[in-house]
Design a protein around this ligand. Structure first.
Ligand SMILES: *Cc1c(COP(=O)(O)O)cnc(C)c1O
Length: 411
């Protein structure tokens, strides 16, 4: 076992054709804002079934672009589940808006219609948007959440970083891909190396709304406008014969440089072609983990499952009663490292981060706190085999003292 390669909790799969695609982009005429960016956006939009896909530098920039496009501002509130990556909440703060944290179901880490309703009650009339997060790859109950959000006039943005390749039911017998925005205004994705497909750094926003897409394309490139029809200063913009001046551009409001390079986009496009294969392998590994871990309930349990989706798995989370196992999580993780296995906790509850605790005061969100106490992300990536799952299971049950039939865990 000591000779086996270290298994990190997540890792990219880069193959020869990915390397060739990047090399080709490097030899091309554009290193940024060229044909690979357009091709990646078109292929991504087609893959998820959305009208627009707007690429950007990373998933955090994608979140920021959604907040800018929605015009969120000081005095507004975004509702964000307490279990997610920092950036889902931070994007509200980037535009001066505030965050109301929603609790989650401790079995799935998902914001539910009920925890959303509770957060809406606390946020009051300032609530302007909700950012459901498809934690680990399972989708939040978008039908119910979007219905409630629409009734209150809130915009809906899916943080779909964990769920690329997944789908959910939108009506009886009708499925929509995650990213199709059937129940949302926008959905965002990340192509960080641990995510389902990798660009190195990269992000995408999908939407069916032309105005939101145009606003995000402007904001990701300095707020610059180059379409003559939109110029305000006609005297500067047009020459004596009425044609637009070739050098001219305008900035109605300042934006950012959040562009994705052609080098990154070429990798993304190559990886996107493998999404079905990667997602299928991840699904198989998840099923293998479920089978391997289920005998160890209730000390060690697979993540709870929702009824309404076909997940695109990003993480494999086990829920562990560390108290009952008689070992703390840090010690368990160190034992796993000694066996060549990486693990991680996704995520520390956001309402307990010092910044948010100072800003909003201490609060109790029992679902989030319980999930956080039990969650451990085990290795999951598309290059793993079912033997690797066996190796992780043996190391984990040994670390938890469940391997010697003390019947601490076995049913
Ligand atoms: C990875 C991730 C992000 C941020 O994406 P980056 O590309 O790392 O900026 C945001 N939200 C969730 C849920 C993520 O997993």
């Amino acid at each position: 076992m000591a000779d086996a390669p270290f298994l990190p909790y997540g890792k990219q799969v880069i193959e020869d054709d990915d390397v060739a695609a990047v090399a080709e982009a490097l030899r091309g005429d554009f290193l940024t804002t060229g044909p690979s960016v357009a091709a990646f956006e078109d292929a991504f939009a087609a893959r998820v079934g959305a009208r627009h896909a707007v690429s950007c530098a990373n998933g955090t920039a994608a979140l920021h672009l959604t907040a800018l496009a929605l015009g969120l501002k000081p005095g507004d509130r975004s509702i964000v589940p307490a279990i997610t990556f920092l950036a889902t909440a931070n994007c509200a703060r980037y535009v001066g808006a505030d965050v109301t944290f929603a609790d989650v179901d401790p079995a799935t880490a998902l914001m539910t219609d009920a925890t959303f309703e509770d957060a809406l009650g606390r946020a009051g009339a300032a609530a302007k948007s909700v950012y459901p997060v498809h934690m680990n790859g399972q989708t939040a109950d978008m039908a119910a959440i979007s219905k409630r959000a629409r009734a209150r006039g809130l915009a809906v943005v899916e943080d779909a970083c964990h769920a690329l390749g997944g789908a959910y039911r939108v009506a009886d017998g009708v499925e929509a891909k995650v990213g199709a925005c059937r129940h949302s205004d926008m959905a965002i994705f990340s192509f960080h190396p641990v995510k389902i497909i990798a660009c190195g750094e990269g992000g995408m926003v999908t939407t069916n709304d032309d105005t939101l897409a145009a606003a995000m394309r402007r904001q990701r490139s300095h707020g610059m406008v180059r379409e003559p029809g939109q110029f305000e200063d006609k005297a500067q913009a047009f020459g004596p014969d009425g044609s637009s001046n070739p050098w001219y551009y305008e900035m109605p409001e300042p934006g950012f440089n959040y562009r994705l390079s052609d080098i990154h986009a070429a990798l993304g496009l190559s990886q996107l072609k493998k999404l079905d294969r990667f997602a299928a392998r991840r699904g198989k590994l998840v099923a293998a983990y479920d089978r391997a871990l289920s005998p160890y309930a209730p000390v060690l349990c697979p993540l709870g499952r929702t009824a309404y989706d076909a997940p695109g798995w990003h993480l494999y989370v086990a829920l562990i009663d560390f108290e009952r196992a008689g070992i703390d999580r840090g010690a368990c993780m160190r034992r796993l490292v000694a066996a060549g296995i990486g693990s991680q906790v996704h995520y520390l509850p956001l309402h307990r981060q010092p910044y948010y605790r100072r800003r909003y005061g201490a609060m109790s969100l029992p679902g989030a706190e319980r999930y956080y106490a039990e969650a451990l992300s085990l290795p999951l990536s598309a290059q793993m085999t079912e033997d690797d799952v066996g190796r992780v299971t043996r190391a984990l049950t040994a670390a938890l003292g469940l391997d010697n039939k003390t019947d601490k865990g076995r049913r």
